[in-house]
Design a protein around this ligand. Structure first.
Ligand code: 13P
Length: 255
């Protein structure tokens, strides 16, 4: 039985003061009896240290939204995995579609980051997903297969079990139009089959695959309780304590 993982990707939202407000709100609204569900907060870099500090004593883990694959050096504007760990991060989101779309990240580039994160002891949340045009062209399977193969290239079965994959159809991100539970489950099954092909069935069964794209309080339960959906990567709805806590609740409630 895989545990459910709910992660909030704050994206480029919440300054220092707002970070404190949101985490204070979560402390009040989330029932800390999480029944094994993992909850991760991924604020912007500038709020990570504060978030780690004020989340002490709560069940919330902290994650970065990106990192570079070098330890240090002349890479203006970048942040290293060691720096993330140093401010209390256990996780890092890699290969988000917004990084791919606006900053030109490729599967190969993301793969280097995934390897580096694993080598540093960070758990990467690695994103894949097709665009609307690709879905309409009926090439979702090819696109997602290529991405998964690419981002996991030369990663061992032992390491694959440690990471988290997030299926985020680009057309569902920030649009209010979530994938239906059936659409999500279909792609998650496809990814798990591919993992079985690459790493064997036992490993594939253990890999956590989150769904992301317009997850809200009112659709979370149906998405989260699909057999192959192991959690959610939440954007907009994680920016308010009440909606994010309702999603966490949907993951903890027995169905
Ligand atoms: P929304 O929940 O706002 O659609 O964003 C999803 C996402 O991109 C999470 O990484």
């Amino acid at each position: 039985m895989r545990t459910k993982v709910i992660a909030g990707n704050w994206k480029m939202n919440k300054d220092f003061r707002q970070t404190e407000e949101l985490i204070d709100g979560l402390k009040k609204s989330v029932n800390f009896d999480l029944q094994g569900v993992r909850v991760i907060l991924c604020p912007p870099f500038t709020s990570l240290e504060l978030a780690s500090r004020i989340a002490k004593g709560t069940p919330f883990a902290i994650g970065g939204q990106n990192m570079y694959f070098e330890d240090e050096g002349a890479f203006t504007g970048e942040v290293s995995p060691g720096m993330l760990k140093g401010v209390g991060c256990q996780y890092v989101i890699l290969g988000h579609s917004e990084r791919r779309q606006y900053f030109g990240e490729t599967d190969e580039f993301i793969n280097r980051k995934v390897k580096k994160a694993l080598a540093t002891g960070l758990i990467p949340i690695v994103c894949v997903g097709e665009t609307l045009q690709q879905r309409e062209q009926n090439i979702t399977e090819q696109v997602v297969t290529t991405q998964v193969r690419g981002v996991l290239k030369d990663i061992s079965a032992e390491n694959v079990e440690k990471l988290i994959l997030a299926y985020e159809p680009v057309w569902a991100i920030g649009t209010g139009r979530n994938a239906t539970p059936q659409q999500a489950e279909e792609v998650h099954v496809l990814i798990r089959k591919l993992l079985a092909e690459l790493y064997g069935a036992a490993t594939a069964e253990r890999v956590i695959i989150q769904y992301g794209g317009s997850v809200k309080a009112d659709n979370a339960a149906d998405l989260l309780w699909q057999p192959n959906v192991d959690g959610a990567l939440v954007g907009g709805a994680c920016l308010k304590a009440d909606s994010f806590s309702a999603i966490i609740e949907a993951a903890t409630a027995k169905k």
